[in-house]
Write a protein that binds this ligand. Structure first.
Ligand code: ACO
Length: 348
């Protein structure tokens, strides 16, 4: 075990926040519905033309700077998004170009809200294999592109017309949950890895039988011609209740299994850094694991679900406000579309 640790972090949230009250002008929803069911009060959105590689760039620069490094020190990029700039090629290469480090390998992974445990596992393996010494992990999403409402009405502070309102309302259960942003961390081997610091273990899982719990029917290459699809099929389809149930069962199970394998006691964990899909999911996970809710920080109120970006954004907030301290034991956990889910233990 090479004992990967996090030596730098950064985040970027685009534009001004859009509140639940703003959304109520463009579809049939309300703060009273959204906040108690999810914990979300506001979220940010990328502007038209602003792809995930652009959102990722300031987050990555801040992460590299906070590690005391320069972009040329990065020798591998792992990029996570469910809203890539293009269907192909991946966005990691665009980020590398933006950082001025063309030639550095950039891997795009498609684990959505489970990005961070998967990404840590990959980075750790790259260190073990001697492929890389300094790995940049970046999660970014620009969900704005699939939001179903009338953007002009939203931005101009007015109500949308009846037809646009009705169309957006059909997709309200999904649309209110997501927000845009980017989070980045820089990873290297912990200097005291041989003494039990750094990554202690990770466990990731995928269940393709449940790919229909959250997916975009259109855009894939299963049909001739792939661009001839109804608009509705380009908007993510979500089975919210089923996802909720999967998350509250599988997240505690994967954490327990990893704790057993690594012989880590959950009582010793200082912080559980969980994906933020819904505050109620995390409350149920906390209850099932029997851990102190004060050890499970939440920022969903301000950002909504930023998918791949969520955990690195949270890490950056907690590093910068001094919550995360050297020597602390962290448990990362997340579940997302795929289904993909996983956990990782890391001693800072
Ligand atoms: N505003 C107002 N009313 C709404 C809204 C809305 N935004 N959305 C749905 N409703 C209505 C529904 O139409 C329904 O009305 P009805 O009873 O008249 O039919 C009612 O509210 C209840 O809807 P439910 O879907 O049953 O609401 P629920 O309490 O289950 O909460 C929610 C829905 C918040 C989506 C919840 O199921 C959840 O959080 N699920 C998990 C989602 C998740 O984890 N997503 C991550 C995606 S995975 C990834 O990798 C990206």
């Amino acid at each position: 075990m090479p004992g990967l640790t996090i030596i730098g972090s950064g985040r970027h949230l685009p534009g001004d926040p859009v509140t639940n009250h703003d959304l109520a002008r463009v579809m049939d929803t309300s703060d009273e519905w959204i906040r108690p069911r999810s914990g979300i009060a506001q979220r940010h959105f990328a502007r038209p033309g602003e792809g995930v590689s652009q959102l990722a760039l300031p987050a990555a620069r801040r992460a590299i700077e906070s590690a005391g490094l320069v972009p040329e020190d990065i020798d591998y990029i792992v990029f996570g998004t469910m809203t890539p700039d293009f269907i192909l090629p991946g966005s990691g290469g665009l980020l590398g170009a933006g950082l001025g480090i063309g030639g550095v390998p950039a891997l795009d992974i498609r684990q959505q809200c489970a990005f961070f445990p998967f990404a840590l596992q990959i980075a750790d393996s790259l260190l073990v294999a001697g492929v890389a010494e300094t790995v940049l992990l970046v999660g970014a999403n620009a969900h704005a592109g699939f939001m179903p409402w009338d953007w002009d009405a939203l931005n101009e502070g007015r109500a949308s017309d009846e037809e646009a309102f009705a169309f957006a309302t059909q997709h309200r259960a999904t649309a209110v949950l997501f927000g845009d942003g980017a989070g980045a961390v820089v990873c290297r081997r912990h200097p005291r890895a041989s003494e039990g610091y750094g990554m202690l273990g990770s466990l990731t899982k995928t269940d393709g039988d449940r790919h229909d719990h959250f997916f975009v029917p259109a855009g894939g290459f299963t049909r001739y011609r792939y661009w001839e699809v109804p608009v509705d099929e380009r908007i993510p389809s979500m089975r919210g209740r089923e996802l909720f149930k999967c998350a509250v069962q599988r997240l505690p199970a994967v954490v327990r299994e990893l704790a057993e394998r690594t012989e880590v006691s959950l009582d010793d964990v200082d912080w559980f850094l969980a994906h933020q899909a819904n505050d109620r999911i995390n409350a149920a996970v906390v209850q099932s694991l029997g851990v102190d809710p004060a050890k499970v920080p939440s920022n969903i109120e301000r950002y909504g679900n930023t998918s791949d970006a969520t955990i690195p954004i949270l890490v950056d907030e907690l590093r910068r406000d001094g919550t995360l301290q050297p020597g602390q034991l962290l448990c990362f956990l997340g579940l997302g579309a795929g289904l993909n889910w996983g956990a990782a233990f890391l001693r800072l």
